[in-house]
Design a binder for this molecule. Sequence first.
Ligand code: 13P
Length: 260
Amino acid sequence: MKSHIPLIVGNWKMNPATLGKARKLFLDTRKEIGRKKLETQIAVAPPFPFLSEMQRLSPSQRIGLAAQDVFFESIGAHTGEVSLPMLKSVGVSSVIVGHSERRAAGETDEEIYKDIQAIFKSGVTAIVCVGEKARDAQGNYFGIVEAQIRSAIRSIPKTKLKQLVIAYEPVWAIGTGNHATAEDVHEMKLFIQKIIADQFGRDAIKKVRVLYGGSVKKKNAHALLAVGQVDGFLIGGASLKPKEFAAIIHIAESHGKGTL
Ligand code: 13P
């Protein structure tokens, strides 16, 4: 089966410290990626206060804008929350949902489900994060990932599946330098595709991209794409280093074109 166009998303998390630094990070990232036209889709997810400035810096959306989270209501008395209409108005085209750092802060499967429903209605892409806290010899982590996915994607209309991206991010691999092996990532990718096929039929596999996240670096990117067979990455730490982030994008581009 022909693989998807690679998708590389940089999750800046709560970085950098100021708007000035965010501007520099964005411009350096753009410079390192270079001017050559790429097939690979690229997005960064800066903190909310920086989004509109990043939109101004990238009017062509060559580097797309993602949000790190969203609240499912669209307007009203919800202090501290940010809605989809707000995000869309500053150029956001995809939203990360259910990141393990949000789940650790108390976000529940039910809230994630509601966020995804709202995202699908709004027409932007949902990057749904799933992943186990730890691996056990009995393989219980498969059950954990399955429950997270089934809860998140229940009742998604089949016609909207192109808006769905699943990011497998094992919690133990995030920010630790300890990435999952390419073989383990491949096994999980097949497992995730089986869940998608179970719910929506086999042709749905072609529509839903599966990313990997957790200590992705330029040194492990190729194996994760070639052996892990993922459709791209959700990148934390390395997305704060423009050279490293661009190197991963270029590896994905060569992989996508079959030139690596
Ligand atoms: P790291 O790449 O820093 O491990 O973070 C991964 C992540 O959480 C991306 O959402």
